[in-house]
Each structure stands twice: as structure tokens, then as C-alpha cells.
Design a protein around this ligand. Structure first.
Ligand code: NAP
Length: 280
């Protein structure tokens, strides 16, 4: 077992809101299974407090994850970014090296596994080999998660991508970052009309019964990835399943990004079975 010399003893998830998150449950299960005494807890941090909290965490060499709405702000606050975090422009995993804040992005790895599994393939490379005509993917939202999804998909050719975001400037800025042609849609309904794969990268559905787009607007064969892992699933995912769509509730991506984060912190491959068990 190899360990980083500066392996953290405390891990946190920075977000706002964050109380709904499943990460503390499966990360603590993985820590226990690995025999590590470190703990993982969720910290609700309002945006204007983020830099102060990061300074406090640096003093105790606390590592962790970042979620909505802080991924892009943490990327800007890091002293060092991995190539992937730089490419995505968002950080979901951080640690300290000699007192300096280092940021990475493991959402990309999580997204690749989740998408390949949803498309019944062992890997995205396999999907690429098997796909004759372009796969049309629609991404709803243009924040940190959408950026990671785009980077996960950009190596996957042939693919065509449509983005809808309520702030269209944000969608345009995101499209300019990647090496794949992206169409910006004016509304969610038209964005999904031709999509083979629809990915919800907005927080719509985290609470309440709002849906990101009317299920009737989806192509009947569209496969659905809702990034919001919510107990009992989101209203939207339930409606999509009722219409016969093949769906993924975001838990696979969550566990895969979390497993990759665990490897960054400890240089140990976590016990994924214990992570899945903890959520059942
Ligand atoms: P983010 O950077 O804050 O971006 C959120 C995006 O959603 C923005 O485009 C934002 O638009 C849009 N949005 C927010 N509220 C909206 C609303 N009411 N109607 C329409 N659009 C809205 O957040 P993020 O980090 O990308 O995370 C997005 C979601 O994905 C979160 O719920 C997060 O928990 C989830 N997530 C899940 C996983 C997983 O592994 N399952 C991984 C990453 C993220 P504006 O720019 O107009 O505000």
C-alpha cells in the first residue's frame, strides 16, 4: 500500500447547499474499508466565505471535494491545477502539497464510466468503435459539471453536441473551450428534440418537483443521464423511466468520481463495493 507523505486526516465536501450530498456516506465507507482513520464531512459554505474557508483548511492540510456552486471559484483559487482541471476550468478534488492548494477534476473520469455504462459499452473507446453515425448528445446546463461532461465527450468522435443553458453567454464560453463543434440551443425543448443522449447538468430536481425539460419533448429512444443522485430519484427521472427511457440516476458517476478522488488523496484504490453497499 503506497501512501502520500501528506495523506490528509480530514476530508470535506465544499458546497452550498450540501446537506443532500451522498459523498460523506460512501467516502466514510471507503475510508473504513481501507482502515484509514481520516473522516469526511460536508461543509456548507456560502460563496462570500469560500476564500476564508480555503485558507482555514490549508492550515490543517485538509483535502476534499467541491460541488455546486464552487468548482470554478476553487479552480481560480488553486496554486496548481492538473492538466485536466485546467482543461475543464473547474475543480472537484483538492489537496495540499507543501502548503499549496492543488486542484484536479475527477468528474471527467466519472462521466466517462457513467456514459459508457449507460450506452451498454465497456468504455467510451468501445462506443466510438461501435458507432457508425454520430451520437447526438444534449447537455442541459453550462456550469462545472457540464464542462467536465464536454471534456469527457470531446475525445469521442463521431459526436454532435447541443447545449442549452438559461444563461446563454455561459454556454457560449463553455463551447469555446472544447475541441468539438457545439450548437447552442435557445430553449430546452428544441435542444433535446434530436438527442440520443440527454444529460441534466443543472440542479433542477435537487429538491421539489421541477423538471429540466418536458419528457414529451424527448426522442422516444433517448437515453437519460440525470446528474442529480437523489433518494427516490428526481421527478424527471421517474417520468422518463415511465415513458420507457433507459436512465441513469447519476450515482455511478458520483461513485466513480469519488473513487478517483480517493486515489488522488491516498494513492489507494478504494473498495467500490463498500461504497455502493453504503448507499443501498
Ligand atoms: P454549477 O457550476 O453551479 O452550474 C449549474 C448550471 O445549472 C448552470 O448552467 C446554471 O445556470 C444552471 N442552473 C442552475 N439553476 C437553474 C435553474 N433553476 N434553471 C435552469 N438552469 C439552472 O453547478 P455544477 O457543479 O455544474 O453542478 C450541477 C449539478 O450537477 C448539481 O446538482 C450537482 O450536484 C450535480 N453533479 C453531479 C455529479 C455526479 O457525479 N452525479 C457530478 C457533478 C455535479 P446559470 O449559469 O444561469 O446559473
Amino acid at each position: 500500500m503506497i501512501r502520500k507523505s501528506e495523506a490528509p486526516t480530514r476530508l470535506v465536501l465544499l458546497g452550498h447547499p450540501v446537506s443532500h450530498s451522498l459523498s460523506p456516506i460512501f467516502q466514510n465507507a471507503a475510508l473504513k474499508s481501507a482502515g484509514l482513520s481520516a473522516s469526511y464531512d460536508a461543509l456548507d459554505v456560502v460563496p462570500h466565505d469560500l476564500l476564508r474557508v480555503l485558507r482555514d483548511l490549508a492550515r490543517a492540510a485538509v483535502a476534499g471535494n467541491v460541488t455546486i456552486p464552487h468548482k470554478e471559484a476553487v479552480a481560480l483559487a488553486c496554486s496548481k491545477l492538473t492538466d485536466l482541471a485546467q482543461r475543464v476550468g473547474a475543480v472537484n478534488t483538492f489537496w495540499h502539497e507543501k502548503g499549496k492548494l492543488v486542484g484536479d477534476n475527477t468528474d471527467v473520469a466519472g462521466a466517462r464510466v457513467a456514459i459508457a455504462t449507460l450506452l451498454d459499452a465497456p468504455s467510451l473507446h468501445q462506443v466510438r468503435r461501435d458507432t457508425k453515425s454520430p451520437l447526438h448528445v444534449t447537455i442541459l446546463g453550462a456550469g462545472g459539471a457540464a464542462a467536465a461532461l464536454l471534456v469527457a465527450l470531446e475525445a469521442f468522435i463521431p459526436v454532435t453536441i447541443t447545449i442549452w443553458s438559461r444563461t446563454s453567454d455561459r454556454a457560449r464560453a463553455l463551447a469555446a473551450r472544447v475541441n468539438v463543434a457545439v450548437t447552442i440551443a435557445n430553449d430546452a425543448k428544441s435542444a433535446v428534440a434530436e438527442a440520443d443522449l440527454v444529460i441534466n447538468c443543472t440542479p433542477i430536481g435537487l429538491s421539489g418537483t421541477d423538471v429540466p425539460v418536458d419528457v414529451a419533448a424527448l426522442k422516444p429512444t433517448a437515453r437519460i443521464l440525470d446528474l442529480i443522485p437523489r433518494a427516490g430519484e428526481t421527478e424527471w427521472l421517474r417520468a422518463c423511466r415511465a415513458q420507457g427511457h433507459v436512465c441513469d440516476d447519476g450515482v455511478r458517476m458520483l461513485i466513480e468520481q469519488g473513487a478517483a478522488s480517493f486515489e488522488r488523496w491516498f494513492d489507494i484504490v478504494p473498495d467500490r463495493a463498500s461504497m455502493w453497499r453504503s448507499l443501498r
